[in-house]
Design a protein around this ligand. Structure first.
Ligand SMILES: [Cu+2]
Length: 510
């Protein structure tokens, strides 16, 4: 899926207006190494930075990057940067457009000097530095799956060496496909057995390493910071259609382009800069919640330590109000398509082919599920009226910044479940509640610090989810999921009463 676009020089006066910066020299080599995706040979998540990625290249607006690349490997590679300006000579990608492009394939043992310019830095709505990728693009698919990829930061003038940011982390989310690596055959020889069969489906699947920075299952070291630090997380996506990443930071929220979030989506070759001021200390997961990736090990832990002399944004003042919710998990029979008229009308196909049809050995559209439901009081006898459109979803749980949500959770289902929120400061919510058990007051509290609420760039309310985390994937697919809405102080009353500001009514005077 490739096309060319051509930029011609039509007016001699056009050109960069950027004031010149400095020349930054970098010396990079491509080297062949033996890599281990899980060096501890353990799943460190259940037991309880810098890795495969290349070095970070940093530059400011107006700078020139001069990268001396030495190829110490045994085939031709290159370096191609995103986000920078280059002449053909230094582009580093390999395609036939008739121009001389020596940087596109640097032969083994050879050296090449790339010259790249930073014409455009971050805009006013960007963070002080924008993350980009650089990678070998002699054969971009095989080269990147072989490991040649690294992070590049393009910063505002004067942002480098700035005192404001204390900690930086670079996380590359990618299903590294070892089947597409140049070194597959060598790896089979080195690490395979007599039974290794390249055509075998399980073998092919076993070579897809669901990694963050080339490491899986909690093996990524060094993700440590102090509570109150100014932390930048630069996140990157790479790979194929499998690389749809729903990245989640447990325990602390971050700002992404001035909005509050605790998740970010990444696709191949997209990046995001996330600013976090962790005020919640402890050990938390940073992972990909795309269920397939999560279960295949795209999960690590980050640690927030309490440090002397660090000021955190007092997460613990008394709540302005305590809002109580009585929530149950209960098993029901669910029909995904109770009315069949629409389906029959629209799809003139054989009824037996439909996924909601109950023919032969198929289950049809009815399944046993487990759902969250809300009750009026601690007797759990009267269900609260529900908004019809929520259907299988749990009740909407609302809260304002400064408040505390107190959950009385009763497990009416037949196996252990929990209720765990995104985005807010929760205590006790990872504990599994046994069937028939009531999780009493005080043990399930969700505090809503300022860092969980909307910023001035957000709407009055922002949404998160709550879910059961006993077995995140199975609980989710069994039906346990609901919406959590966090609002600015003083805005929720309006929302709940559906009040319309009088300034928006044309005919009020009449
Ligand atoms: Cu993912």
């Amino acid at each position: 899926m490739q096309a060319f676009y051509e930029v011609m020089s039509c007016d001699s006066s056009s050109g960069s207006t950027t004031t010149p910066g400095v020349v930054r020299d970098f010396y990079l080599a491509a080297e062949e190494v033996q890599w281990n995706y899980a060096p501890s040979e353990k799943n460190l998540i259940k037991n309880t930075s810098l890795t495969e990625e290349g070095p970070v290249l940093r530059a400011e607006e107006g700078d020139i990057l001069r990268v001396t690349f030495q190829n110490k490997a045994n085939r031709s590679y290159s370096i191609h940067p995103h986000g920078l300006h280059y002449e053909k000579h230094s582009q580093g990608t390999s395609y036939e457009d008739g121009s001389d492009n020596p940087g596109s394939h640097v032969d083994p043992g050879k050296e090449f000097v790339y010259t790249w310019r930073v014409l455009e830095g971050p805009s006013s709505s960007d963070s002080p530095c924008i993350p980009y990728l650089y990678y070998s693009a002699t054969d971009p698919v095989k080269d990147t799956n072989s490991g040649l990829v690294g992070p590049l930061l393009v910063c505002k003038r004067g942002a480098l060496g700035e005192k404001g940011i204390q900690v930086e982390f670079f996380l590359l989310f990618s299903v590294m496909d070892e089947n597409l690596s140049w070194y597959l055959n060598e790896n089979i020889k080195l690490f395979g057995t007599a039974e290794t069969d390249e055509e075998d489906e399980n073998f092919v699947e076993s070579n897809k390493m669901h990694a963050i920075n080339g490491l899986m299952y909690g093996n990524l070291p060094g993700l440590e910071m102090c509570a109150g630090d100014n932390v930048m997380w630069y996140t990157f996506g790479l790979g194929t259609e499998a690389d749809i990443h729903g990245v989640y930071f447990e325990g602390n929220t971050f700002k992404k382009q001035s909005t509050t979030r605790d998740t970010v989506s990444l696709f191949p070759h997209t990046t995001a800069a996330l600013f976090m001021q962790p005020n919640n200390h402890g050990l938390f997961e940073v992972d990909c919640r795309t269920t397939d990736h999560f279960s295949a090990g795209m999960r690590h832990l980050y640690k927030v330590k309490p440090c002397k002399g660090k000021r955190t944004h007092a997460p613990h003042s008394d709540p302005t109000r305590i809002v109580k919710y009585y929530i149950s998990a209960e098993e029901i029979e669910w029909d995904y398509s109770p009315t069949r008229d629409w389906e029959l009308e629209k799809h003139n196909t054989n009824p037996e082919e439909r996924c909601v049809s109950k023919a032969g050995r198929l289950i049809g559209s009815r399944y046993k599920k487990v759902v969250y439901r809300e009750y009026t009081d601690e007797t759990f006898k009267t269900q609260k009226a529900r908004e019809e459109h929520l259907s299988i979803l749990g009740p909407i749980i609302h809260g304002e910044v400064g408040e505390q949500i107190l959950i009385v959770f009763k497990n009416k289902a037949s196996r252990p479940y929990s209720i765990t929120p995104h985005g807010v400061k929760a205590s006790g919510s990872h504990t599994a509640v046994q069937p028939g058990e009531n999780k009493e007051n005080k043990s399930l509290t969700w505090d809503i610090p300022v860092s969980s609420g909307p910023t001035i760039s957000d709407p009055n309310c922002i949404t998160y989810a709550y879910f059961s985390s006993v077995d995140y994937i199975k609980d989710l697919f069994s039906g346990l999921l609901g919406p959590l809405v966090i609002c600015r102080p003083g805005t929720l009353g309006q929302l709940l009463q559906n009040e319309i500001p009088t300034s928006l009514l044309w005919y009020l005077p009449q």
